[in-house]
Design a protein around this ligand. Sequence first.
Ligand SMILES: Nc1ncnc2c1ncn2[C@@H]1O[C@H](COP(=O)(O)OP(=O)(O)OP(=O)(O)O)[C@@H](O)[C@H]1O
Length: 371
Amino acid sequence: MPRLALRALKLSYFRSHRAAHLQLDARPVALYGANGAGKTNILEAVSLLSPGRGLRRATPADMARAPERIGWKVAAEMESLVDLHEVATSAQGDASRLVEIDGKPAPQVALGRIARITWLVPAMDRLWTEGAAERRRFLDRLVLGFDPSHAEAVLGYEKAMRERNRLLRDQSRDAGWYAALEGQMADHGARITAARLACLDRLAAAQGGARTAFPAADLTLLDGDVPATAPATDDLAQALAASRPADLRAGRTLVGPHRADLRAIYAAKGIEARNASTGEQKALLVSLVLASARALAEDFGAPPILLLDEVAAHLDEARRAALFDEICALGAQAWMTGTGPELFDALGDRASYVEVSEADGLSHLEQKGMP
Ligand SMILES: Nc1ncnc2c1ncn2[C@@H]1O[C@H](COP(=O)(O)OP(=O)(O)OP(=O)(O)O)[C@@H](O)[C@H]1O
């Protein structure tokens, strides 16, 4: 069966890990150990094998191990469908992180073509009650699974918007310059909205039903207070041009997909996700991530690598067992963390296990029962 999985992972001077090495098969990986042992740091390292800032959205400098603070590196052997790739990412000081694929420098977005990586972290527990920016990021991460070029569209859009916002702050009246930037924003922006809407369609089709024990959410992409529709590039360019006077007063761009929001209704109860219980909200997120994994398995040929930080402990026993069963049925390499091995009892030998411990400021990994 074609699959996506890390077959080896090596960290040097990354966060609490001075030198860590894991040799893996394609099974899920259960990491357990005390608080602060360095489990999330490992998930963060894996998340950096996809485009973007990783699951903590930290700066490269923050990831450099203290006290040494020298350059860090994350290297992996990535099984990607029928190929095996050497991928690595590293950074020195404040410089942005570099990527190498099969020994050659590559742009970050190229990572998206080799590996699809999706995550759930405790910070997302407040996703439905926080600001729209978090929900957009969550959605864009799911979109990226279906469409790696989404990263380029988002970066391109943001770059043009930053330029346009600079003109607005400077109170520039250079109509030609505005029009050029608005043209770029409209090109990227129309693609961004279309990709987000397509992703929501795929998620709607892959949620709920007999395949899952997790609740379904009715999802809507919002543009302000109204459901977003896929805009024509010209319409978006015109809307941006029309917004110039108001944008000049505000000193920033007031229309466009950077203001989109994601609305979720907890379908079984017909309530807004933000009004569901903490456990229900968590289950909704798990449901969306599993739905995206199922849809992606059909589109791409393999489910994404899943990083599920402290998810197991927050689910009741029945849901936890259901999560493990669904991950295994999908064939996804899910990296899961928890404070003790008993959280993963229901997984049995369907996963590989790593005990993470910390002593004298050094994290230590011990693989259990590996091939
Ligand atoms: N740049 C760094 N250099 C050295 N140590 C770091 C750095 N950044 C974070 N740490 C340390 O890493 C540890 C946190 O690791 P991590 O978040 O992976 O823990 P965890 O095992 O997931 O714990 P928990 O169960 O509490 O979530 C902390 O002890 C923190 O001090």
